[in-house]
Ligand binder design. Structure first.
Ligand code: TYM
Length: 336
């Protein structure tokens, strides 16, 4: 059976970059027959970034991340949804992989270099991050990994780890493939420059209130081709149009592009339409999130059930891995 796996960090409010780049595909792949889909709130990854980790908030954010994913359409009856720390085999496998992964492969990771350069003291966990990620995926022998394109380098390492293991210890793991949302592999921030990211502060939260979202859309930069109001715009260079293409029907976008390019409509009209179309998607998510918040047991039950099902798979893989790796099997005293 084909198996899908992905992880998402509980580092505060999930944003539309997470949603479009990854969560939309979690739902789509979770609904496909003939695939088993496993999604994990990766609470052990979060503390590798000291700027985003807060021990008072970690548990609450883990629950919240699960809740928002369910509100966005993940159905725990169809997929396995759980918290990483509830399946301790992930970290066990990560240690074994750590012993087999060249240090140099990890120090050349772009995300590591970026994040480490901003820190005075770099936790070793930040360097090992992609190894834990490989363990997350490979412990389920998953072959398909829906993510945004910022994770492609980490997926390369995961494939490398699988390949090296299979050569040394015998065929065990598939080489997991990156599964991108071709329409939104890398969602830009509202500043129109950097990738949308919590650490840059250029996000639109999935559950952000409407007034606050409108304030961000209203002040989005105009396209650089339109300096004076009378200049014809270039929709291809406009971040407003980029966002519109994520949320509006292609026919509407096509008409607006034409009108905009010949100065038939101004940016404000396009922004108002963007707001309208975006809210058609986000409002139902917020309503489902409110309903779940009134009944958090549903989320806790889903996580408990998810961890139980995930753990059964993870345990079986670890038995195989321990044996192939040459560890002394656990001895059980004979009772006779
Ligand atoms: P995280 O928590 O940073 O992000 C969750 C998912 O959202 C995607 N994403 C984006 N996609 C498009 N445009 C954006 N602006 C954008 N911002 C975020 C991310 O690519 C990701 O898919 N390392 C992972 C978590 C992880 C994981 C795993 C993923 C841990 N173990 C195993 C897959 C498999 C991360 O930090 O994602």
């Amino acid at each position: 059976m084909k198996r899908v796996f992905s992880g998402i960090q509980p580092t505060g409010d999930l944003h539309i970059g997470n949603y479009l780049g990854a969560m939309v595909n979690y739902v789509a792949l979770g609904n496909q027959l003939g695939r088993e889909a496993i999604y994990c709130i990766v609470d052990y990854h979060a503390p590798t970034n000291p700027a985003a980790y807060d021990k008072q908030l970690l548990a609450q954010r883990t629950l919240e991340a699960a809740l928002v994913n369910m509100a966005a359409g993940l159905d725990p009856d169809k997929v396995i949804l759980f918290a990483q720390s509830h399946v301790p085999e992930h970290t066990e496998l990560a240690w074994i992989f750590t012993t087999q992964t060249p240090y140099g492969d990890l120090t050349r990771m772009t995300q590591f270099k970026d994040k480490a350069s901003k820190l005075e003291s770099v936790p070793a966990g930040l360097l090992m991050y992609p190894v834990l990620m490989a363990a997350d995926i490979l412990i389920y022998k998953a072959d398909t990994v829906p993510v945004g394109d910022d994770q492609t380098q980490h997926l390369e390492i995961a494939r490398e780890i699988a390949r090296r293991w299979n050569l040394e210890y015998g065929e065990t793991f598939p080489e997991p493939q990156t599964y991108l949302n071709q329409d939104a592999p890398r969602v830009p921030g509202v500043d129109g420059k950097a990738k949308m990211s919590k650490s840059v502060g250029n996000t639109i939260g999935l559950l952000e209130d409407e007034a606050s979202i409108w304030a961000k859309i209203r002040t989005m930069p105009d396209d650089p081709a339109r300096i004076r109001l009378s200049d014809p715009g270039d929709p291809g260079r406009s971040v407003v149009f980029k966002f519109l293409s994520y949320f509006a029907a292609p026919e509407l976008v096509a008409v607006l592009r034409q009108e905009y390019a010949r100065r038939g409509v101004g940016t404000l009209v396009v922004k108002e339409l963007l707001m309208q179309e975006m809210m058609k998607k986000l409002r139902p998510i917020r309503q489902r999130a409110d309903a779940l918040r009134a009944n958090p047991e549903r989320v806790l039950d889903a996580l408990e059930d998810g961890a139980r099902r995930a753990r059964a798979i993870a345990k079986a893989t670890m038995e195989e891995v321990r044996e192939k790796f040459g560890l002394l099997p656990r001895h059980t005293k004979s009772k006779a």
